[in-house]
Design a protein around this ligand. Sequence first.
Ligand SMILES: Cc1ncc(C[n+]2csc(CCOP(=O)(O)OP(=O)(O)O)c2C)c(N)n1
Ligand SMILES: [Mg+2]
Length: 366
Amino acid sequence: MDNDTQARTERLSPDGGVADRFAASAAEKRTMLEDMVRIRRLEEAWADAYLDGEVEGLPPSLSTGQEAVYVGTNAVLSDGDCQFTTHRGQGPQVAAGLDPDRILAELYMRADGYNGGKSYHVTDADRGVIGMGGIIGAQVPVAAGKALGQQLRGTDRVSVAYFGDGASNEGAVQEAAVLAAMWDLPLVFLCENNEYNISQPASHAVQGSSVAARAPGYGMPGEVVDGCDPLAVAETVAEAVERARAGHGPTFVEARTVRIAGHLAHDPQRYRPEGELADARARDPIDRFRRRLEAEGVIDEGEFEEIESGVETEIAEAVAFARESPFPDPQEAYEDCWADPPAGGAGDGGDTREGKGGGERGGDGA
Ligand SMILES: Cc1ncc(C[n+]2csc(CCOP(=O)(O)OP(=O)(O)O)c2C)c(N)n1
Ligand SMILES: [Mg+2]
């Protein structure tokens, strides 16, 4: 082993001493449980709206069963950190504290939505939630670009790229992983292994014991974590984030989770072997965490029902807000296509890039 490889191997040691493990207070645990319920109810409201014919377009992609991944991750992120979501992006949005009124308004394609009703890949750059999602895996190199920016600016901020077990096979993910490891980018590769990509079991697309087993090949540590346990996720992501903040580069985290809903809301999942869905439901992270918090005395008997009814009221109000919000003006389709030129910079007065439709932001051809 040459010196460089030796140094790199030592630095990749999970016991490298950079971890500042996550410890949740009772109040934080209760908030995590509440946020998991909030994610689920918000998504169910969206699915109901679609199945009732109130909302049109692509059927909703729910993250039922995967909520622990998002609340665990968001428990350790701070202001200035970024997360790049998949086509199941509602979990990170809610867990990051985005307003359910405006999330649902976007899912109802209304003007008060986070993207003005123009794309359900909800984005709130101020809170570092960047919605991509349409092309699986495509958000990962973009997240690597953000992490490079965070590194070049000398910050200790990090980015998280979510992607699925299916997306883990995409070239975009491989290339981002190679580059991120080479450049020690402050990036967490967060693979949500929900055991399916559409109707194909993950075991038919991933050879070997785990997706994370590929990590040493990229030149980064890999961790497998129980993605149905928010505290385990928080602990593992905390370690990855701490390593990234300290300048030690990326980590590949594989959260073993479970897809209880279909691929999209109208999917009856007839392709699943008998009994598999029942097994998946038995691993429901909300039920499990609720039982754990009751056993620990963090919540009293009956308190879960209070949490549920509070969230249900909140989501019913968010649905009412979304319904009342107007549709965007058709002219809006031409807005927000290009970034504003920097104030006082050379670009003032219009977008001068060639071959991009030219003219000012929102001009014809944009
Ligand atoms: C590049 C690309 N290929 C195929 C698709 C079609 N597609 C949408 S979701 C999906 C499955 C993705 O599976 P996984 O990455 O495991 O994510 P999950 O849906 O399980 O969350 C596929 C193949 C796509 N959107 N983009
Ligand atoms: Mg999957």
